[in-house]
Design a protein around this ligand. Structure first.
Ligand SMILES: Cc1cc2nc3c(=O)[nH]c(=O)nc-3n(C[C@H](O)[C@H](O)[C@H](O)COP(=O)(O)OP(=O)(O)OC[C@H]3O[C@@H](n4cnc5c(N)ncnc54)[C@H](O)[C@@H]3O)c2cc1C
Ligand code: FES
Length: 282
């Protein structure tokens, strides 16, 4: 049996700088039998490795219907991810995956969908957006609320006009003082609740961003009557194996690498914060 910890090699086909510290890499497996055969669920992640350096879990940010290539959108925050920032067309990296659970796309069919993202958190949600766009008739009212620190930190801005043709997009930034042309909201992403049309009835919520943001989003929506078992959050934990073998990502009785990263808010909200982090109870 093949060793599941051994990565497959993939070549960088394209690099797009999203902003000063985040890039999107288009990748393709180099082995013939893997090429054209990469299937994943929106919300799943891969383990990405620089040979001889290390590995990091990174969500897949592309459309699941193109099995030839896939993308990862990476914020260059630490030792490994800063090395990824130097990758260029033709370079090779290692990939294991896809791993983890995805966003509840089937559960959301026939219902309204509210997507709330902060900063890099839009990357794991982009495959869900593509899935909705490809099957627009299967979903009801769809709204995206997206916040970032400032306009320059927003991801995927080049797609917003297109997305706005099929669903409502509301944007906000913490600070717009250096962007006189900013025509959207100012303030934290929960401020956008005031202008959304989404209502608690038959709405599935998918949210991703810093844990403290997801906490305010999920609890704020709960106060407005949204069902916490229909509000889905994505947990970020340090990982080692990615396949439920090492225990590094364990929270309570769950392993984020296999049981998550997507969980219903109802499954984490009553767990102690010292186990589940900012999303839990203090
Ligand atoms: C399931 C899952 C999906 C993920 N998807 C993505 C993704 O799509 N894109 C992406 O860019 N990242 C994603 N991450 C986070 C990514 O795995 C980490 O940023 C990465 O492992 C950091 O590795 P490093 O060696 O570069 O940083 P390290 O050297 O380990 O850390 C260096 C410094 O950066 C800080 N740091 C680490 N992670 C973060 C962070 N996320 N934000 C801010 N500071 C941080 C550390 O606290 C430390 O101070 C995901 C994580 C998980 C668990
Ligand atoms: S990363 Fe090893 S058990 Fe989850």
């Amino acid at each position: 049996m093949a060793n599941p910890l051994i990565p497959h090699s993939a070549v960088v086909l394209d690099v797009v700088a999203e902003n000063a510290d985040t890039s999107t890499f288009t990748l393709q497996f180099t082995e013939e039998e893997k090429k054209g055969d990469f299937a994943f669920q929106p919300g799943q992640f891969n383990m990405l490795s620089m040979f001889g350096v290390g590995e990091a879990p990174i969500s897949i940010s592309s459309d699941g219907c193109s099995p030839d290539t896939f993308t990862h959108t990476i914020r260059h925050v630490g030792s490994l991810t800063k090395m990824f920032s130097r990758l260029k067309k033709g370079d090779l990296i290692g990939i294991r995956g896809p791993y983890g659970t995805g966003w509840p796309m089937d559960e959301a069919r026939g219902k309204d969908v509210l997507i709330v993202a902060g900063g890099i958190g839009l990357a794991p949600l982009r495959p869900a957006i593509y899935e909705i766009l490809r099957n627009r008739g299967d979903y009801g009212k769809v709204e995206l609320l997206y916040g970032a620190k400032n306009p320059g930190e927003m991801l995927f801005t080049r797609y917003f006009d297109d997305w706005s043709k099929d669903f409502t997009v509301h944007l906000t930034v913490d600070d717009s003082s250096e962007h006189a042309d900013w025509a959207h909201g100012t303030g934290v992403v929960t401020k956008l609740f005031e202008m959304m049309d989404s209502t608690p009835k038959d709405t599935v919520v998918m949210t991703c961003g810093p844990e403290i943001m997801m906490k305010y989003v999920a609890s704020g929506l709960q106060q407005r009557g949204f069902d916490p078992s229909q509000t889905f959050v994505s947990l970020e934990r340090k990982m080692h194996c990615g396949i439920k073998k090492c225990g590094r990502c364990q929270v309570g009785t769950s392993f984020v690498c296999q049981d998550g990263p997507v969980f219903p808010y109802s499954a984490v909200a009553n767990q102690p914060a010292k186990i589940v982090g900012a999303l839990g109870r203090v």
